[in-house]
Write a protein that binds this ligand. Structure first.
Ligand SMILES: [Mn+2]
Length: 324
């Protein structure tokens, strides 16, 4: 793993830097992108911040979110490119076309399944959020964290840790959060924007999910499926899905929860969450060419909803029964 100094060195002489994170971004992806872009700007560089979807309306609470643009079809002019929170290069989506060849590609991430695709790789799976790595990076190099950077990084850490609850949340996480609060984060206002401002559409999706949820493997697995037709009827946007699965995982006795979403392109998007460290959903997702974290992973699997559901639940059942 390359250390913080070599990251700082690689960026020192760059005049223009591209920054991006994975498609279907969460607040760790976008918050990290924005905070990193703001830091680079503060050092006098030109920054091009990208995401496949730009900054969707869901993230308008992130200060300076308008910095994040959708990628152009052709390579941008830049001297270095930074990929954040992105375990596999392809997860950058259409941003890939915007990255010039033959420039340093810096890969900063916390996914255990990261494929080390950068010319520099800083992958720290002990951090529960990329935002935490960035706080530690800024502190290490002595870069001041502005209030806007702090709010973005706090949002990144808060969402990826399930509000400081998930496995991996440790004293470094709270130390990072504490530092961010000292830089001016309004925790209550930001948390309200993150957790208590869901669109009505998302509520309707949750209603559907609760009505159609299924339990398997002696009630140790809970799942729900979203057929394309229902998604269209409810006018669900991809961003509405986040967190729905947590309602299934929260049921007593459930060890893993899975969400199957039928996509327009013929794939099924699978999101899997584990409640206990003994159940490794990353291992199961890897069987289907996906990945992520031990307790939160995903995959895109070709096939019909029923077929993918059957295959994936079978593999997960195997993982549950062979744990320990
Ligand atoms: Mn993350």
């Amino acid at each position: 793993m390359n250390d913080f100094n070599s990251i700082a060195d690689a960026l020192r002489d760059a005049r223009t830097v591209g920054v991006a994170s994975h498609l279907r971004p969460d607040a760790d992806a976008l918050g990290s992108t924005i905070a990193f872009a703001l830091w680079l700007e503060s050092t006098g560089k030109k920054v091009i911040a990208l995401n496949e979807e730009g900054a969707t309306s869901k993230f308008r609470y992130l200060p300076r979110h308008e910095l994040v643009a959708m990628p152009p079809e052709t390579p941008i002019a830049c001297d270095a490119f930074v990929a954040l929170d992105t375990s596999v290069k392809n997860r950058l989506g259409t941003v890939l076309k915007a990255i010039p060849k033959d420039i340093p590609l810096l890969n900063i991430d916390h996914h255990v399944s990261n494929e080390q695709y950068g010319s520099l790789n800083h992958v720290d799976p002990s951090a529960p959020a990329t935002g935490q790595i960035l706080v530690e990076f800024f502190q290490h190099i002595g870069a001041p964290i502005s209030r806007d950077m702090a709010s973005n990084l706090f949002a990144a850490i808060s969402t990826d840790t399930g509000s400081f609850q998930y496995e991996g949340t440790n004293e470094r996480t709270f130390a990072a959060a504490s530092h961010l609060i000292s830089r001016g984060v309004d925790v209550a206002a930001l948390s309200r924007d993150m957790y208590d401002c869901h669109p009505r559409r998302r509520f309707e999706l949750l209603r559907h999910a609760l009505n159609t949820a299924e339990f398997h493997s002696g009630d140790r697995i809970a799942s729900f499926a979203l057929p394309l037709a229902v998604a269209r009827e409810l006018r669900v946007l991809p961003e509405d899905n986040e967190g729905i699965i947590d309602h299934l995982r929260a049921v007593e006795g459930v060890e893993a929860a899975v969400f199957f979403e039928e996509l327009e392109d013929g794939n099924i998007r699978v999101s899997a969450r584990s409640k206990i460290p003994e159940v490794d959903v990353c291992k199961v997702c890897r069987e289907f060419r996906g990945g992520g974290h031990k307790m939160a992973s995903g995959a895109r699997i070709p096939g019909t909803l029923d077929q993918v559901k059957r295959d994936f639940l079978k593999a997960l059942d195997h993982e549950i029964h062979n744990r320990n």
